[in-house]
Ligand binder design. Structure first.
Ligand SMILES: O=C[C@H](O)COP(=O)(O)O
Length: 307
């Protein structure tokens, strides 16, 4: 849609109310036993299994993709009666896209590429747009772009909208997730306004963080962004996805996020086309909890090496 500056200016965020509400979220719902195992399997299906390290190699990406195809040991899945469980996607830097696409051949698992000068987004603008095209050409079906934080910090909503719209266009058929890097946006009001502008400009998903900021996904930020998604859907009928990313490493945190999505947005946001976790180590803890559920014992973390 066109940029609606009146709507953007009208957006406010009551920080103390959001923080108070967010503090109650971990205690609001609790799922136990078989229900918890089912929710944890659901969480696995929503993970963008991620490796974003300077020392990534093809070998590491191949192992990560093997884990994405078979996220939990076969005998545990058999005991749970689960078949066909995979992660939602594999998320890598551009240079690793081709290796990931090869390793995932024969599956429906998409490759997501972080792009546009990730994580700071400060490389030349033309190169940032070109990087998107390169990753799409290499086979990425999802592109995680980073926005220019300075457009938010200076209130230049037109510049943010134009940038997002051009990045959206450069993605073509690929899905685009807009990373706001909320830990660098200063206020929850900025987070809300940036969320809205990115949605107006065509983002398929809004995503909290790169995982490289000092503060990454948090519950107050999530509540703020989720309510923006809800307002946007109420006013336009358009459903936008949500991806909290960075620092989500424990199964119990994943359960809090899932119940938050169900409470605030409903069942459609528990599906991979509208919700993902960006996480590099969450899967390992979930697998460990599932093993405990089935055997009564915790295994060592090194038995769940990748993810
Ligand atoms: O987008 C995904 C994040 O970079 C992953 O962050 P994490 O390593 O803290 O799980």
């Amino acid at each position: 849609m066109a940029l609606d500056l009146d709507w953007v200016a009208a957006v406010q965020a009551n920080t103390s109310a959001i923080e108070r509400r967010a503090a109650t979220l971990p205690g609001r719902r609790s799922v136990k036993k078989d229900f918890q195992a089912a929710w944890l399997c659901k969480a696995i299906s929503l993970i963008d299994l991620t490796t974003l390290a300077g020392d990534d190699t093809e070998g590491r990406v191949k192992r990560l993709c093997a884990k994405a195809r078979q996220p939990v040991r076969a005998e545990l899945l058999e005991k749970l009666g689960m078949t066909g469980l995979t992660t939602g996607a594999v998320c890598v830097y551009h240079d690793m896209v081709e290796a990931a696409v090869r390793a995932l051949e024969g599956t429906h698992i998409p490759v997501a590429a972080v792009s546009t000068g990730f994580p700071a987004g400060l490389s030349p603008y033309k190169l940032r747009l070109a990087e998107i095209g390169e990753s799409v050409k290499a086979g990425a079906r999802e592109i995680d772009i980073v926005i220019s934080r300075r457009h938010v910090l200076t209130g230049d909503w037109q510049a943010l909208y134009d940038e997002m719209q051009e990045m959206r266009a450069a993605c073509g058929q690929a899905h685009v997730k807009a990373i706001l890097a909320t830990g660098e946006l200063g206020t929850l009001r900025n987070v809300a306004r940036a969320s809205l502008v990115c949605m107006m400009a065509g983002a398929d998903f809004i995503k909290t963080s790169t995982g490289k900021e000092g503060v990454n996904a948090t519950l107050p930020v999530s509540l703020t962004m989720i309510r923006c998604i809800r307002d946007y859907m109420d006013r336009t009928g358009v459903k936008v996805g949500y991806k909290p990313a960075g620092g989500i490493a424990k199964a119990k945190d994943a359960l809090v996020y899932l119940s938050l999505m169900k409470d605030e947005l409903g069942h459609p946001w528990l599906q991979p086309d509208l919700f993902r976790f960006g996480a590099s180590s969450l899967l390992g803890d979930i697998e460990r909890q599932l093993e405990h559920h089935l055997t009564g014992h915790y295994s060592a973390a090194n038995r769940h090496a990748m993810g």
